[in-house]
Design a protein around this ligand. Structure first.
Ligand code: HEM
Length: 209
């Protein structure tokens, strides 16, 4: 059975998660300021922020299967994980737009329109915006069942992120393959989930007899 935490403890854990989650961005920025990010610090920073976006997307998508299989109930952390994925995606985009492209709007628009991997990244980020904006309790109450429907956008957003990541380099590295495989597995689980829940229910009913 999951330990019951006081609301104060829960909120402290969630704030701790935000602090811990944002630490890699601050640390990498600090390394950049100290000139310790190698020959191309902008690319290194962009890369780190992109990889952390993927990591937080994976963690966000992991919450439901871990709960379904009674391994860990992380529902109370899902909002923070999703928002961290969004914050990293925004920082990744801003690094590209400000430091890489020096805010040259024409070049950015041309890149988004002409380079499919940038198009997919941009679409992924765009889909995350309504999720981040409606991640608060007020929107959950206000939107009712439409909130659940809207938040299914996380699946195409994750698929686009995987596509973007797989096309970002000419040769796939081990880390890239690992995260892409995880995203594919987590997305495939959503298709199989109704059967998993049905089997779980049948087992529960059998146990109750
Ligand atoms: C959900 C949104 C996004 C995710 C998860 C994501 C993730 C990533 C990751 C993991 C990489 C690293 C690839 C590597 O070096 O191994 C990357 C690279 C890159 N991303 Fe994104 N990205 C997203 C959105 C965007 C957007 C909106 C843009 C710009 C419009 C963008 C531009 C780039 C660029 C230019 C690179 C290549 C950096 C290089 O040349 O090494 N990304 N992205």
């Amino acid at each position: 059975m999951a330990a019951k935490l006081s609301p104060k403890m829960q909120s402290a854990l969630i704030w701790g998660l935000y602090a811990l989650g944002l630490f890699p961005a601050l640390w990498t920025f600090w390394l950049g300021v100290q000139n310790q990010l190698g020959a191309d610090p902008v690319k290194a920073f962009e890369h780190t922020l992109g990889v952390w976006t993927i990591r937080f997307l994976v963690l966000t998508l992991l919450v439901t299967p871990l709960r379904d299989f009674n391994l860990f109930n992380g529902l109370r952390y899902r909002r923070a994980l999703g928002l961290l994925a969004f914050y990293y995606a925004v920082m990744h985009f801003l690094t590209y737009a400000v430091l890489d492209q020096t805010l040259a709007l024409n070049a950015i628009v041309a890149d988004v329109l002409k380079r499919p991997f940038i198009t997919f990244g941009m679409l992924g980020l765009t889909l995350l915006i309504p999720l981040a904006v409606t991640s608060n309790s007020w929107s959950i109450k206000r939107l009712g069942s439409r909130w659940n429907l809207l938040h299914k956008l996380i699946y195409p957003a994750a698929a686009l992120a995987a596509l973007h990541y797989s096309m970002a380099t000419k040769v796939l590295g081990t880390q890239q393959m690992l995260y892409i495989a995880l995203l594919i597995l987590l997305l495939a689980y959503r298709i199989l989930r109704p059967q998993v829940l049905q089997a779980k229910k049948a087992r529960r009913l059998q146990g109750a007899r």
